[in-house]
Design a protein around this ligand. Structure first.
Ligand SMILES: [Zn+2]
Length: 182
């Protein structure tokens, strides 16, 4: 097990676009394992490499008992939106908000051995693919909320007990009720 500390909102790494993976080597396989271990420990439904301070286009997911990872993802999204679905993020511990997302997503990319992969998801899985791919572009779920919702969220974020504690060594113990954080 190699559980890493999860970077919190305010850490600049969360706003930095990640680089495509070029070498499908042992180090990449270790990164996928670290992401998986850290996500399962949190627990969360998804985790992107920048959330553990690594600027590479890799994420893991654990949705509906399906555990996996995707490297260098590209998304194709449905036009139908789920406007009301609640979404959380491990980099914003304990908070979740309605966040509009496409209901269906097709995610194309590679596995850790460099083999092409196509994943299809609806509802929470589709939401997870969009949330994690956003992380790789330095985009956070607050950016996807409508302006009124974002205003409300930002007020709560500023008041959160972890706010301002974005030092890389900070380890948060999440509350058990937020299993949907991504
Ligand atoms: Zn997140």
């Amino acid at each position: 097990m190699a559980i890493q500390s999860i970077r919190l909102f305010g850490d600049p790494v969360l706003r930095t676009p990640a680089e495509p993976v070029k070498d499908f080597d042992k180090e990449l396989r270790k990164l996928v394992k670290d992401l998986t271990d850290t996500m399962m420990d949190a627990p969360g439904a998804g985790l992107a490499a920048p959330q553990i301070g690594v600027g590479l286009r890799v994420f893991t997911y654990y949705v509906d008992d399906q555990l996996g990872h995707l490297i260098n993802p590209n998304l194709d999204l449905s036009e139908d939106l789920d406007e009301e679905g609640e979404e959380g993020c491990l980099s914003f511990p304990g908070l979740s908000y309605p966040t509009p997302r496409a209901i269906r997503a097709v995610a194309k990319g590679f596995d850790m051995h460099g083999e092409p992969v196509t994943l299809e998801g609806t509802d929470l899985m589709a939401r997870c693919f969009q949330h994690e791919t956003d992380h790789l572009d330095g985009i956070l779920f607050i950016d996807r909320m409508d302006p009124a919702q974002r205003k409300l969220a930002m007020r709560e974020i500023r008041q959160a007990e972890w706010s301002g504690l974005s030092a890389p060594t900070f380890k948060f113990s999440p509350h058990a009720t937020h299993g949907k954080a991504l």
